[in-house]
Design a protein around this ligand. Structure first.
Ligand SMILES: Cc1cc2nc3c(=O)[nH]c(=O)nc-3n(C[C@H](O)[C@H](O)[C@H](O)COP(=O)(O)O)c2cc1C
Length: 336
């Protein structure tokens, strides 16, 4: 069975990629993921806020030096202390790169065009095979139009893209009025791929303390349906690489993502829940299913049920809406 695929111009031995999580940071778990068959790893993100915070501290340090208080120097932190976060990331990238045989994708997470974008260059120099840009933007400003929000994505992407030569993919949320148009704009700006969709970590209300508390819940397979629809539509309109992320837990989830048109399927929650070894079971079950259905390769499988190739493409659109509502029956004993 030929499971090979391509993503962001990288040749991958199969379509299962471990997406950003603590598992792709630690060397032991990264090696275990590779051993289990992961085709590539995406590192956790380097965050704009952290970089900018460190930069501000550094600027204060330099200012302090220039006004000269040499007798108090020994009380001040050393220059290296200010660069911990970025150096730690670069050192980890170099370590993982030297120990792993599979491609390693670095990740930047931010929302503006500030000085932090220069980090992309350092990630490339440290050996990243590609870069994933995660733009996690909550449009909370009432005077910012949807067009301005979209332009922000293009501007941040372009600021990073122009600094590096490795391929750049963008991890997006689904919260756009016109996701196909948004992705098309990114493709035109030079994005090598998109990863769909980012999961927003929602704030919750604690009814005891009346505090707003951040809530991080692992995903469920049911979340794949939103992604499958949009991957199927995008595959028929665009050429760039597509990664499906969010709710990919089983071989069935991954196969559906590929049939819709994804080039790779990314896993995070499933690996946190079941451990790296989960990947080998998914790959085995995927191969069995493909054999059973007489597919010879992932290449043949990819996009064979995209909007363009599905027998009933309208099912990806509004067409079945009324039918579904009509067929929804309530639990027995409930009066409607
Ligand atoms: C503990 C944890 C840490 C994560 N860290 C990052 C991160 O640093 N950068 C990022 O882009 N996504 C991060 N994610 C998101 C995942 O990479 C993934 O896109 C998301 O969980 C959806 O995939 P899943 O349904 O397979 O979990 C994180 C997720 C979890 C659960």
């Amino acid at each position: 069975m030929d499971l090979s695929t391509q993503y962001l111009g990288l040749a991958l031995k199969n379509p299962i990629v471990a997406s950003s999580s603590p598992l792709t940071w630690e060397l032991d778990s990264a090696l275990a993921l590779q051993q289990a068959g992961a085709a590539a790893l995406i590192m956790p993100s380097l965050f704009e806020e952290q970089i900018e915070h460190e930069q501000a501290q550094l600027d204060r340090f330099i200012h302090q030096q220039s006004i000269g208080h040499s007798e108090t120097d020994s009380f001040h932190p050393q220059l290296n202390d200010y660069m911990d976060y970025q150096n730690k990331y670069l050192n980890r990238l170099k370590l993982l790169k030297s120990e792993l045989d599979i491609p390693l994708i670095a990740s930047l997470n931010g929302i503006s065009e500030g000085g932090w974008v220069q980090n992309a260059q350092e990630l490339e120099e440290a050996g990243a095979d590609a870069l994933e840009l995660n733009i996690y933007y909550v449009a909370a400003n009432p005077s910012e139009t949807s067009q301005q929000v979209e332009q922000r994505y293009i501007d941040v992407f372009s600021a990073i893209k122009q600094r590096i030569n490795i391929p750049v993919g963008v991890k997006l949320t689904h919260q756009f009025s016109s996701i196909i148009s948004m992705v098309k704009q990114l493709e035109q700006a030079g994005a090598a791929g998109v990863s769909l969709f980012n999961r927003f970590y929602q704030p919750d209300i604690d009814l005891e303390t009346l505090q707003i508390v951040p809530r991080l819940e692992l995903s469920r397979s049911s979340e794949t349906l939103l992604r499958i629809r949009w991957i199927a539509m995008l595959r028929s309109h665009l050429q760039l690489s597509l990664a499906i992320t969010g709710g990919m837990h089983t071989a069935e989830d991954s196969i559906k993502g590929l049939l819709a048109g994804a080039d790779i399927t990314c896993m995070c929650s499933a690996l946190i829940e079941n451990g790296p070894q989960h990947i080998s079971r998914v790959l085995e079950q995927m191969s069995l299913w493909m054999m059973d259905k007489e597919y010879e390769s992932v290449q043949q499988l990819k996009g064979s049920l995209s909007y363009q190739h599905a027998i009933n493409p309208a099912a990806y659109e509004r067409a079945n809406y009324l039918e579904i509502l009509d067929n929804c029956s309530s639990a027995s004993g409930v009066l409607v």
